[in-house]
Design a protein around this ligand. Structure first.
Ligand code: ZN
Ligand code: ZN
Length: 274
């Protein structure tokens, strides 16, 4: 069976969490790598992007696809460091689909990597950059044998969820999504149906949600409902609230597991093999 694995580089939302109370789960913002055989797919480029880029370079990876959920800072802030870590013989394909205009992926990245915000522009990067735009709902084919379904997520300004299919297995990345009401969105349940792994925004608890409505994030309790409805085998709670301590996360994980055994809290440095 071909290798299909998922590695968590960063699991936090909104801002890095660097204190001693978040060391075990990791303080870097959203960034997940999926390895489909030799092919590398990266989801978002949070603050772990420098170490992720160095790792790609050390492993001799020559082509990487980077898929953005959206362009909020916690998901793109590391991009210049990822690109800068890669050499001249590397091709980077950059994908986004949450905006129907006015900016393309190329324009968004050019605006982000520009003075006075940052001194390094896309033109200063050694590796070859290719840009791709799509509409949520499209199915993408980044490589032979790798198929990526997409879906629009409920988030301020919009976001995109992804489900990667490879060699008879699948893993989904759905972050920065707020559920409406208490019922599971049938479109999301259908999108995740039977997935081997789902990574899902569980920034809050149900108790915290009323004061955070409209911020664009979900809860671990809702994640459990979605996991059950979609019969997902393993379900990762992700995009942890930046002040969620390791101990609190352990407790959330225990409660979630008690309700559905496949639940776990995403922690940086962990590989899930599908
Ligand atoms: Zn975020
Ligand atoms: Zn966001």
């Amino acid at each position: 069976m071909a290798d299909f694995s998922v590695y968590f580089w960063g699991v936090r939302g909104s801002l890095p969490a660097c204190g001693p109370e978040t060391q075990r789960s990791g303080g870097h913002t959203s960034m997940v790598e999926m390895r489909c055989g030799e092919h590398v797919l990266m989801f978002d480029a949070g603050t772990a992007a420098k170490i992720a880029g160095d790792s790609l370079d050390e492993r001799g990876v020559r082509q990487v696809d980077v898929f953005f959920s959206h362009f909020h800072y916690d998901h793109i802030i590391g991009l210049p460091f990822l690109l800068f870590a890669l050499g001249r013989d590397v091709r980077v394909d950059l994908w986004s689909g949450h905006l129907n205009g006015p900016w393309t992926t190329r324009e968004l990245i050019a605006r982000f990597m520009a003075p006075p915000f940052f001194p390094v522009t896309p033109g200063d990067v050694k590796s070859k950059l290719d840009y791709h735009d799509f509409e949520p709902g499209d199915t993408l084919k980044p490589a032979e044998g790798v198929s990526v379904r997409t879906i629009r997520l409920n988030h301020p300004g919009g976001a995109v969820g992804y489900r990667v299919f490879y060699d008879g297995r699948s893993a989904a990345y759905l972050t920065d999504v707020e559920h409406e009401g208490s019922e599971v969105d049938p479109a999301l349940a259908e999108f995740l149906k039977g997935a081997d792994l789902a990574i899902y925004d569980a920034a809050y608890t149900d108790k915290e949600l009323p004061s955070c409505r409209g911020y664009g994030h979900s809860t671990w309790q809702h994640a459990v409902k979605l996991a059950k409805a979609a019969e997902v085998k393993r379900f990762a709670l992700f995009h942890h609230c930046l002040d969620r301590t390791d101990e609190q996360l352990d407790a959330i994980e225990r409660s979630a597991k008690a309700q559905y055994p496949g639940m776990f809290a995403a922690r940086a440095g962990v590989t899930v093999t599908l």
